[in-house]
Design a protein around this ligand. Structure first.
Ligand code: PEP
Length: 254
């Protein structure tokens, strides 16, 4: 099955506008000169850099995405950003439900379901994040946790809507910790996710779904992870802030 390979760099709350432009210029050059194949590269900076980066990336195959968005189209929500605003910058993807949003900002599956719907209505593609905590892994409840996140967060979408979804499996214990899930453990969850989608929608939709792994991916471990049958690329945090590391990870997704 030839589904889309994707490597997305989540810059989190790093990089001023000027620094974002410099890193984008560096990555753009490396992608042009070194990346072969059709891996979709996505850069996900803080909101303030989206419009500038979109201009800088005109004519390049690199896409950009936002790290969050509100579920309403507009209104009295001080400090929030809407899907329409994100779309107007030239961004095409939006991260939904990153574990840091769930953990520090109390985002619930219900809110994430609403955000996902809104993002798709605006013609943007959600990268929907799921993953279990350390405790849930130890308690061996991780299958149930992920099933609930996916069922409550995504299964309100109809087939057409779901076809624009990307899922990122990010075990919380592996994010920014240097601990990575083994390729086999990650594959087990990716396979489960694909099965859930096949059971709820159908095989064809499940086969076409890109499922990314995230959690301390580095140039040294990327190829082994991306070689697994159901791992279609990665969502990269720390290593996406260094152009050389990021491009090596992108190359590993071929
Ligand atoms: C992330 O923030 O999505 C992430 C996977 O971070 P890191 O690669 O730093 O673990």
């Amino acid at each position: 099955m030839s589904r889309k390979k994707i490597v997305a760099g989540n810059w989190k709350m790093h990089k001023t506008l000027e620094e974002s432009m410099a890193l984008t210029t560096e990555i753009r050059g490396m992608v042009r000169d070194e990346l072969r194949g059709d891996t979709q590269v996505i850069l996900i900076p803080p909101f303030i850099s989206l419009a500038g980066m979109a201009r800088l990336l005109e004519g390049s195959a690199i896409a950009i995405g936002a790290q969050n968005c509100h579920w309403e189209d507009q209104g009295a929500y001080t400090g929030e950003i809407s899907a329409g605003m994100i779309k107007s910058t030239g961004a095409t993807y939006v991260l939904i439900g990153h574990s840091e949003r769930r953990m520090y900002f109390g985002e619930t599956n219900e809110q994430l379901a609403a955000k996902t719907k809104t993002v798709i209505r605006h013609g943007l593609k959600p990268i929907f994040c799921v993953g279990e905590s350390q405790q849930e892994r130890e308690d061996k409840t991780y299958f149930k946790v992920i099933e609930k996140q996916i069922t409550e967060g995504l299964f309100h979408l109809d087939r057409k809507e779901f076809s624009s979804v990307v899922i990122a499996y990010e075990p919380v214990w592996a994010i920014g910790t240097g601990l990575t899930a083994s390729p086999e453990d990650a594959q087990e969850i990716h396979h489960l996710i694909r099965k859930l989608v096949a059971n709820y929608y159908n095989e064809e939709i499940a086969d076409a779904l890109s499922i990314l792994y995230g959690g301390s991916v580095k140039p040294e471990n990327a190829a082994q992870l991306f070689a697994m049958a159901d791992i279609d690329g990665g969502l990269i945090g720390g290593a996406s802030l260094k152009a050389r590391d990021f491009i090596e990870i992108c190359k590993a997704a071929r």
